[in-house]
Design a protein around this ligand. Structure first.
Ligand code: PA5
Length: 462
């Protein structure tokens, strides 16, 4: 199981001005946390609560269909092209980067054991899109278009370009190169999929984009490139079981949620840095940034009062960003909590050869890169504590499906608990919808004429 160490948040280590009296705080919030956890678990099956993500690890039917479909098509395609944005893409990117062999798309067919390459088109830059479409042989590409609403402009415009090209190359048979993941009943993509006869998977009801990684949204792309789904499912279930514990002293998601909340409201530390010491976990930070930002950044609380709250998430990578951001984190404003992610055992051990006699280098010879990486994580954490900066450390035994699934599920529960502590609606995103609606208006979508007029006026005055 993954572990959380919150020692370097404690006032005993980093002083009273910046740290928390953890034992006291955990005791003071014991009942509040217990009732939040109990309430999340009681509400999770109720429609409209947006808590169905808590059940995804148990959705055996979807898991079976994902694996079955992946095994049916696995020899037919050289590439998987995922079209999605935000919650439709970030989970798949994070998990595939963590779980595939590094540099997967550069490996030979033999090294990939005949499994497809995978590409996520999660933006609409005309240059990078054209670049990717230039190198993909669409005839040998399975396109997984993912959108819950079925109408997000970025995804649907990507799809319109790709579908047009596929159809020109393959005629009617193009439909066998498309698999759509979308809402069960509603949305334009659902209508198109039914008319055109695409294979479809469902974004379940009451699962928001940023909480959808363990639905077909995230699992299907992984299964299509041969990543084993069963260890992921076991990781979710084991963590779910652990996080059902209502005792804050035993529940790491509750601990980290409370720490972040208290450091924000009591100590003014409202920046949350996610810093894995593992390149394979680099995109977990991107996924976390969306989860934390969209879930907790809200202008109203649940009673409708203006609050404008939310901690700002920041991504960093150890050790790379020690040479970029750490100067600021050590000596700049003391307004952050830094989440270290540390890996105990890497798949590879890379020894540094003892080839130089220089005193400034010979201490490295005979050690491993693994030792150096973790020594840097430890020393940076201690240095931050010297500067009275709070850090928490999450330790993964290994970077594998079981542990990475635990990590992501832990962050989801942590986010839900933090949302309850802040007293906001964790699961809506009116700020995203607003910009989406303005885009529809600007691009001339029917029904958005009034918004277009208002927008033109506002833009004119900028
Ligand atoms: O988390 C979210 O809700 C968003 O990031 C959405 O996933 C993103 O906007 C894409 O929306 P949709 O899946 O409806 O196309």
């Amino acid at each position: 199981m993954i572990e959380l160490c919150c020692r370097n948040v404690d006032a005993k280590i980093i002083g009273h001005e910046n740290g928390l009296e953890l034992e006291k705080e955990f005791a003071a919030y014991k009942d509040t946390i217990a009732s939040i956890i109990a309430s999340l678990n009681q509400r999770k099956d109720k429609p409209g609560q947006w808590l169905q993500w808590m059940n995804l690890g148990y959705n055996e039917e979807t898991i079976w269909y994902v694996k079955e479909y992946a095994s049916m098509v696995k020899d037919r395609f050289e590439n998987i092209l995922v079209l999605g944005i935000g919650g439709s893409a970030l989970g798949g990117v994070a998990l595939s980067e963590a779980l595939l062999k590094p540099y997967w798309n550069l490996l030979s067919d033999e090294q990939r054991e005949g499994l497809p390459k995978i590409f996520f088109l999660d933006n609409i830059d005309p240059d990078t899109m054209s670049g990717l479409l230039d190198i993909l042989d669409l005839k040998k590409t399975l396109v997984n278009v993912i959108t819950k609403s079925g109408s997000t402009a970025e995804i649907m415009s990507q799809f319109m370009i790709v579908k047009d090209r596929l159809e020109k190359e393959l005629g009617d048979n193009y439909r066998y190169n498309v698999v759509a993941t979308t809402d069960k009943r509603t949305g334009i993509l659902r209508q198109i999929a039914e008319q055109e006869g695409y294979k479809t998977f469902v974004v379940p009801d009451d699962v928001g984009g940023r909480f959808s990684v363990f639905s077909a949204v995230g699992l299907l792309p992984l299964a299509l490139v041969g990543i084993e789904i069963d260890p992921i499912v076991k990781g979710i279930k084991d963590m779910d079981l652990a996080l059902k514990n209502t005792d804050i002293n035993e529940n790491i998601a509750a601990q980290n949620a409370l720490i972040h909340y208290l450091l924000d409201v009591k100590k003014g530390k409202n920046l949350s840095v996610m810093m894995p010491y593992s390149s394979r976990l680099k995109y977990v930070s991107d996924w976390y940034v969306q989860l934390w930002a969209e879930s907790l950044g809200k202008n109203k609380d649940i009673d409708g009062n203006d609050v404008n709250i939310g901690p700002t998430p920041i991504k960093a990578l150890g050790v790379t960003d020690q040479h970029s951001q750490i100067q600021l984190y050590n000596e700049g404003p003391n307004n952050k909590v830094i989440n270290f992610i540390r890996v105990k055992e890497f798949d590879n051990t890379l020894e540094i050869p003892n080839i130089f006699e220089y005193t400034g280098l010979n201490y490295l010879g005979g050690k491993t890169i693994n030792q150096l990486l973790n020594a840097e994580a430890d020393s940076t954490r201690v240095a931050l504590a010297d500067y009275q900066r709070p850090t928490v450390t999450i330790t993964l035994p290994k970077v594998d499906g079981y542990n990475v699934a635990q990590l992501l599920y832990m962050f989801e529960v942590q986010t839900a608990i933090a949302g309850e502590l802040y007293g906001i609606n964790t699961f809506n995103q009116p700020g995203v919808e607003q910009a989406k609606n303005y885009t529809y208006a600007l691009m001339g979508r029917a029904g958005y004429e009034d918004s277009a007029r208002v927008l033109q006026e506002k833009m004119g005055s900028v």
